[in-house]
Design a protein around this ligand. Structure first.
Ligand code: GTP
Length: 402
């Protein structure tokens, strides 16, 4: 049977196998290779100081990624984070190694520039050897105010939602009653929808079994996850030892789904969708970001494939632009030159006129002298004595003797 699954591609012929070939083992190969290589997962935690970020990370991965406060000397508070910091740890479970990196961010907005984390893998060339700093999930900690999102939360999420898988979390949910949590969640979701913020959703696929669909729906129904964190083991009233927080009126159990959404958050982040989060980061978020960067650099994108502009065309375009720039410069120089020539001509004309005026003056003076001399000559010839005479200008004539 031949079919054309994709336009432009050669027809796919579906055949029945006559015997065992062995590619059914591919999933096992992938499994073995993945286990050997280990996995890498990077989470970013964002939120105000003291919302329990480090406690939750320790709780999530059952490890003390952040040193417990008690391990620090009494005077030494864990320093407040003032720059983006990342901590990595190799953890292992049933022979599967996971390199977990947690990126801790200080405050909001100003310092948070996720751009940097993409930089080392910007170029596809030689990607294998580069440490992948991409953030696969961003846990956004919302203060348990019970009101709605603060403007700073909205702004932050709007800045990040196209760059990273956003997972909103209501921190310290043990400070709210069940009813308050439900109302708070509804308001947060309404705010998120109103501002068109895209948060990570548990994906569902066609042909998926009912169990997986039910799991996805259940996880989705808990977003934003109302969590309680604790890396301490406490004793419940019925004698069980659990991770939780002990209060005079009872124990809040971290791993109890009736108490908080911690289990669902861990299920989404680690057990069920870690690979989805990684894939979505690499295939969608990263590629979108890359497209933006490349378009900004003058490289065009052709639907799904990047086509770098032919270097010859690029050089040609650059040459045309350069020539246009030269022509503009030349025109400007010509204009300046003409202006200067005009100024010079005007100056010369003025000098010429001045020269003419002086020439005329001198000519007139000489004519006057000539007339005076002729007059003098006539007087001498008439036998009249020479007396000092005034010129018409009132000055003594220097050609006349006294
Ligand atoms: P910075 O390190 O300053 O960024 O703070 P953080 O957000 O990492 O908070 P951290 O984990 O250091 O917790 C701050 C305080 O809140 C500690 O005293 C924790 O014991 C407490 N805490 C952590 N998680 C919870 C929680 O779920 N509920 C309650 N009530 N308190 C919590």
């Amino acid at each position: 049977v031949a079919s054309h699954d994709a336009p432009g591609l050669s027809p796919i012929i579906r055949k029945k196998l006559m015997g065992f070939v062995g590619f059914a083992n591919l999933p096992n190969q992938v499994h073995r290779k993945s286990v050997r290589k280990g996995f890498q997962f990077t989470t970013m935690v964002v939120g105000e100081s003291g919302l329990g970020k480090s406690t939750l990370i320790n709780t999530l991965f059952n490890t003390t990624l952040y040193p417990p406060k008690e391990s620090l000397p009494p005077s030494a508070e864990r320093p407040t984070t003032v720059a983006i910091e990342s901590i990595s740890a190799d953890i292992e479970e049933n022979g599967v190694r996971l390199r977990l990196t947690v990126v801790d961010t200080p405050g909001f907005g100003d310092f948070v520039n996720n751009d940097e984390s993409w930089k080392p893998i910007e170029n596809r060339v030689n990607r294998q050897k580069i440490v992948d700093n991409r953030v696969h999930a961003c846990l956004y900690f919302i203060q348990p105010t019970g009101h709605s999102l603060k403007p700073i939360d909205v702004e932050f999420m709007r800045q990040l939602h196209t760059r990273v898988n956003l997972i909103p979390i209501i921190a310290k949910a043990d400070t709210l009653t069940d009813e308050e949590v439900a109302d708070f969640k509804a308001r947060i979701l309404a705010d998120i929808a109103y501002h068109n913020i895209h948060i990570f959703q548990a994906p569902t696929y066609e042909n998926e079994d009912e169990e997986a669909i039910a799991e996805a729906e259940e996880i989705a129904s808990k977003i934003p996850f109302a969590v309680v964190g604790s890396d301490k083991v406490v004793k419940t009233s019925d004698g069980r030892e659990v991770r939780g927080r002990a209060y005079p009126w009872g124990v809040v159990e971290v791993d109890n789904e009736d108490h908080c959404d911690f289990v669902k958050l861990r299920q989404m982040l680690v057990r069920t969708y870690m690979e989805e989060l990684r894939e979505y980061t690499n295939d969608v978020l990263y590629e979108n970001w890359r497209t933006e960067k490349l378009v900004g650099m003058g490289v065009v994108q052709d639907s799904s494939v990047f086509k770098e502009i032919n270097p010859a065309i690029r050089i040609q375009e650059e040459r045309i632009m350069h020539e246009a720039k030269l022509a503009k410069m030349e025109a400007e120089m010509k204009m300046v030159f003409q202006q200067k020539v005009q100024e010079k001509e005007a100056k010369l004309k003025q000098s010429e006129e001045e020269l003419y005026a002086r020439h005329r003056e001198m000519k007139e003076a000489l004519e006057k002298q000539r007339l005076d001399l002729e007059d003098k000559k006539r007087r001498i010839e008439a036998g009249r004595p020479l007396t000092p005479e005034k010129t018409s200008t009132g000055k003594k004539n220097r050609f006349l003797r006294t």
